[in-house]
Design a protein around this ligand. Structure first.
Ligand code: ZN
Length: 323
């Protein structure tokens, strides 16, 4: 028990308790605790600079692992980029060339994203650069895949069109070779069988006996099968699409009707001598965009090289056409 001390207060003329000392002790204690706490925090602060807590260690390991995973992801992205670059290269240099489509420019394939900064929320951290770079690569990769996919869609449509075009082009001889008596006359200046004057012969004449089968030279639709055109007699016109029309004149009989769809090689009629004709033969014409062109250039594939050479020789002779 502490001693209670008194002192005489001359003013109040009485003894009073001395309490000053207790207050001072309290003050000292407070200062001591404050100093101790400050020192403690100081030591803790310094210790934290040099030593890690288990939690920090765990976090650090996690971060390192994440960085490693990012690096692996980037490696995988490089591989994906290489594969895609190879596909894009084949696309530009083979498929698009074959189907006559313009190559997609490199800049368009590899374009990033302009305008606003799409990666703003990823910035401001220690590993921002790694994350932003990876994200950018992935975004470009994704965009490239979309461009590539669209290109292949386009190719698919072109391929289908090309197949139709190849089937539609009037590409075979309308009269079979063994049925021909002789090639009478080709496309070009010929003497008219009736007037003997030189004039343009707009088609090819195939001489064959009356009743010889005549075949459609490509897929298409019969747009005319009548004898209402001057000179042609009984004739058939097939619209092949893509600007191609083929015409078969001086027929003896029809084997198709107007508006009928035909395939290449279908029997459409028979050789005759109707209209302005001297003897039984098939007069054959090809129109491209309403202009008559030389049919000789269209028999590739259906004739052997020898047959084609013979045909070419006969067709270029300046003889008299049968009209
Ligand atoms: Zn003719």
């Amino acid at each position: 028990m502490s001693k209670v001390k008194y002192y005489y207060d001359p003013e109040s003329l009485s003894y009073r308790k001395i309490e000053r000392k207790k207050r001072r002790t309290f003050k000292f204690a407070l200062v001591f605790f404050l100093a101790a706490a400050l020192f403690g925090f100081g030591i803790d602060f310094i210790a934290r600079q040099y030593f890690e807590s288990p939690k920090e260690k765990a976090l650090k390991r996690e971060l390192q692992n994440m960085e490693l995973q990012y690096q692996l992801l980037n490696k995988q992205m490089s591989e994906a980029e290489a594969v895609l670059a190879n596909v894009a290269d084949r696309d530009n240099n083979i498929y698009r060339v074959y189907f006559e489509a313009n190559p997609i420019p490199e800049a368009q394939r590899k374009a990033g994203f302009g305008g606003i900064n799409r990666y703003k929320d990823l910035e401001g951290f220690d590993n921002s650069k790694l994350i932003v770079e990876s994200k950018k690569r992935l975004d470009i990769l994704q965009k490239q895949i979309v461009v590539q996919s669209k290109s292949l869609d386009e190719i698919a449509v072109l391929a289908e069109e090309k197949e139709k075009l190849l089937a539609a082009i009037p590409a075979i001889q309308p009269v079979s070779n063994e049925d021909l008596t002789r090639m009478a006359s080709g496309y070009g200046m010929r003497s008219d069988p009736f007037t003997k004057a030189r004039k343009m012969h707009w088609g090819m004449d195939f001489t064959a006996p009356r009743g010889t089968p005549v075949y459609a030279s490509g897929d298409g639709k019969v747009v005319r099968a009548d004898s209402r055109a001057t000179g042609y007699g009984k004739h058939i016109r097939i619209d092949h699409g893509f600007g191609y029309v083929s015409l078969y004149a001086h027929l003896y009989k029809y084997n198709v009707r107007k508006n009928q769809k035909v395939k290449r090689g279908d029997l459409i009629g028979f050789v005759g001598s109707t209209g302005r004709s001297q003897a039984p033969h098939l007069h054959y014409e090809i129109f491209k965009d309403k202009k008559r062109i030389n049919p000789i250039n269209f028999y590739y594939g259906s004739l052997t090289a020898e047959e084609f050479a013979k045909l070419l020789e006969h067709a270029s002779l300046e003889n008299q056409s049968l009209d």
